[in-house]
Structures are given as structure tokens and as C-alpha cells.
Design a protein around this ligand. Structure first.
Ligand code: OAD
Ligand code: ZN
Length: 252
């Protein structure tokens, strides 16, 4: 692992720390990513599956697709990268985990202060009356039609062309303005506004540490860039920080 002692020291003393994760952190749990040769978007068209128009045109198809993805995510288990972030949360007094993932694996791993920028596929709501349906709608009512008003029930996630949930975005941006460091893990960093967050941290004087199996558009701005699987690298980073904090006699 190549990281300067000075940067490691700085990270270990930080109080305000944030993390931005993307699909790559769940790849080793068996949840497919979006881009790349085996990514979902290499085989399927986002326009036909991940937009409100697509949903209105073919609600059965879109609902079925999310049902399949929900099953994959439910069968998956958090990996050592998710778990390293749980430990990281316990090390810093102010820690925010911002994720673009909708797979729930951070929550299942035990992370607490999670900001879900793109929603969560365990949540759904009726586009007619707003009634909420958490979990698998088919399992619950055997239909994607609302039992109250007959409206279509959609997953509570962000589709192409849609705004991010304003509260989630405000929390993420607020964290980015005050963060002394951001760890960016397993994201191609091409989807905005999520990809803006690391740059906000940098503009405000914070450090950027990237963990990815390949370089991304952010790599040039990173203070340290680790090329390799998150499941190996994140536990190593957390171990290093734990050692340094232990050496400095810190408990929180
Ligand atoms: P992508 O599929 O675009 O990128 C996944 C990233 O993870 C790539 O940069 C890979 O190199 C990296 N990666 C893969 N395996 C890894 C591993 N084991 N360890 C570390 N890194 C690894 O996924 P996102 O960046 O999350 O949006 O995509 C952003 C958004 O685009 C998603 O939230 C989704 C999608 O369209 C919505 O659905 C709104
Ligand atoms: Zn309804």
C-alpha cells in the first residue's frame, strides 16, 4: 500500500470524515456493477429500465427487473469492505457514509450514518396517492397496483432524469463542505451530482483517497489512489489508521 506517512497521520487525526461508495464496493458480494464489460448497462438499456417513462410504458418489465435485483441483493452478504467502513465509523467522531448503491448492504453490515443518494430498493411508493410499501410489493400484495387507489407502485429510487432526494443531497453536500477527508470507493465517478462531492471536499481543503480496481476521472485529483479490490484495501487502510490512533492514545 503506497500512502505517505504524512497523509496517514493526517487521516488518523481527522474528526470529520466521509465516504462515497458506488457499485464496486458490492461487486465482490456478487451484486453486478453498471459500467464495464460485465456491467448491467453493457447488456441492458438504462432508458428501457431505469427511467420514469420506461416505467409508465412497461411497469411489469421494470418491476420485474427490480424484483430480480432485490433478490440478488438479499442473497448477497456484506463483504470485508462494507465491514471495514463499519469500523471506520467507530473511529471518527463525525462520519458520514454517502452511497449511490440501492442494495442495502451498508445497512446490513451495520453502518449507521448512511446517506442513500439514489434511494433504496427495499422501499416503494404509489405514484397516485403516495402510500408507501416497504419490502417486496409482489410478496405483500401480489401486484404492482396500489391497494388504496389502484395507482402504479414504483421503487423509491432515483431514475435517469430525476432529482436526488433533497434531504439526502443536503446531508451529503454538507458533509462534503466540512470533511477533512473523503474516501471514494468503487465508483466510476461519472454520474453527477454524486461525482461532485469529492471535488467539493477538495475545494474546501480536504484530502481525497480513492479505492478502485482502475483509474477514474477522479484519480488525477486524488491525494492517494489505491488500485485494487475494495475488500482487500479498505481493511488495510482501517488497520493502519487504527494502529496510528492507538499509538497516539486516542479512543474516539
Ligand atoms: P459503476 O458501475 O459505474 O462503477 C463501478 C466502479 O467500481 C468502477 O469504477 C469499477 O472499476 C469499480 N470496481 C469494480 N469492482 C471493484 C472492486 N472489487 N473494488 C473496488 N472497485 C471496484 O457504478 P457506480 O459508480 O456506482 O445510478 O454508478 C453510479 C450510478 O450509475 C449508479 O448509482 C446508478 C448508475 O446508473 C442510478 O441508478 C441512479
Ligand atoms: Zn395509491
Amino acid at each position: 500500500m503506497i500512502i505517505s506517512d504524512e497523509l496517514l497521520q493526517k487521516l488518523s487525526l481527522a474528526k470529520h470524515v466521509m465516504v462515497l461508495t458506488g457499485a464496486g464496493i458490492s461487486a465482490e458480494s456478487g451484486v453486478p456493477t453498471f459500467r464495464g464489460t460485465n456491467g448491467l448497462w453493457s447488456k441492458l438499456s438504462p432508458e428501457e429500465l431505469a427511467s420514469f417513462d420506461a416505467f409508465l410504458k412497461n411497469p411489469e418489465l421494470v418491476t420485474e427487473w427490480y424484483k430480480q435485483r432485490r433478490e440478488i441483493a438479499r442473497d448477497a452478504r456484506p463483504n470485508t469492505a462494507h465491514l471495514a467502513l463499519v469500523e471506520m465509523e467507530s473511529m471518527f467522531p463525525d462520519f458520514t457514509l454517502v452511497t449511490q448503491n440501492i442494495d442495502n448492504l451498508h445497512r446490513r453490515a451495520g453502518s449507521k450514518n448512511i446517506v442513500e443518494l439514489h434511494g433504496n430498493m427495499e422501499k416503494n411508493y404509489c405514484i397516485g396517492c403516495g402510500k408507501r410499501y416497504d419490502g417486496d410489493v409482489f410478496e405483500m400484495i401480489g401486484s404492482f397496483r396500489c391497494e388504496k387507489c389502484g395507482g402504479l407502485i414504483r421503487p423509491d429510487i432515483v431514475w435517469f432524469g430525476e432529482m436526488l432526494p433533497p434531504d439526502a443531497w443536503d446531508s451529503a453536500e454538507g458533509a462534503a463542505r466540512g470533511a477533512e477527508a473523503i474516501f471514494v470507493v468503487g465508483t466510476s465517478a461519472v454520474v453527477y451530482p454524486a461525482a461532485e462531492l469529492p471535488l467539493t471536499v477538495k475545494r474546501n481543503g480536504g484530502k481525497l483517497v480513492e479505492v478502485n480496481i482502475e483509474a477514474t476521472p477522479l484519480s488525477g485529483s486524488a491525494d492517494a489512489s489505491f488500485i485494487g479490490p475494495a475488500s482487500m484495501i479498505l481493511p488495510e487502510i482501517v488497520n493502519k489508521i487504527r494502529e496510528l490512533r492507538g499509538a497516539a492514545g486516542r479512543t474516539t
